[in-house]
Design a protein around this ligand. Sequence first.
Ligand code: NI
Length: 262
Amino acid sequence: MSESTMTLTEDQIEFYRRNGYLVLDAITTPEEVAMIREVYDRLFASAAGRETGDQFDLAGTDDDDEEAVLPQLMNPEKYAPELQDTQYKRNATAIARQLLGTDKLNFFGHAIMKPPGIGAPTAVHQDEAYWLPSEEHNGISIWMPLQDTSVEMGCMQFVPGSNHGGVLPHRSIGGDPRVPGLELDPTVTDIGEMVECPLPAGGATIHHCRTVHYAGPNTTDQVRRAYIMVFNPPPKKLETPRDFPWQTARKAAMAQRTAEAE
Ligand code: NI
């Protein structure tokens, strides 16, 4: 397949820097979206990554008798090698290089599915709250839906300009460290208005790791599939490490879960 020819305009870069997010109408072709969608459905239907701990319920505890309300698969490329060489990845890489000003980027992909009707909201959070507090981060996430995605289906929503602040206090969703997902601590109020970003299939949003964001529940009768690519410049140690206390209990619970899965 061809190399990426995708380039952001000066206006788009300026918008991203100011607001911490950007919306693109298309990041790949409809044909490729159809191909990825098939792979994606196969991966979730076959419970790929369940045994290795790569697939889990982001908003639940994965108790045996409960259906996952926000299933997430980390590194889907590991389970479907055809995802390693996509136009989406080439375009996303080109955009990340342009925005971050370097070709040296660490990459990871993840897939977040919202089942129809029961699909849970993705709680309000900043991605950096999940990352190492001892390092400086400037990463970006590129979020592509595999079907037209409305507000009711759980499209992305962002607080413009929140990328310019620091990392806010977080906690595990509902205060339960067995739940892998994080949410802003309830003591944080007045975060500002969210901007809703409905998208066509194969469109994309881009956001900075500090941008406060959210996606609503899926109240429709259609599956909401999102395939996310995260790009990070090589980490730099901070001279004064921060403390993200919400990670401690969560990490212990995740390790326990992985050990049980093996
Ligand atoms: Ni996020």
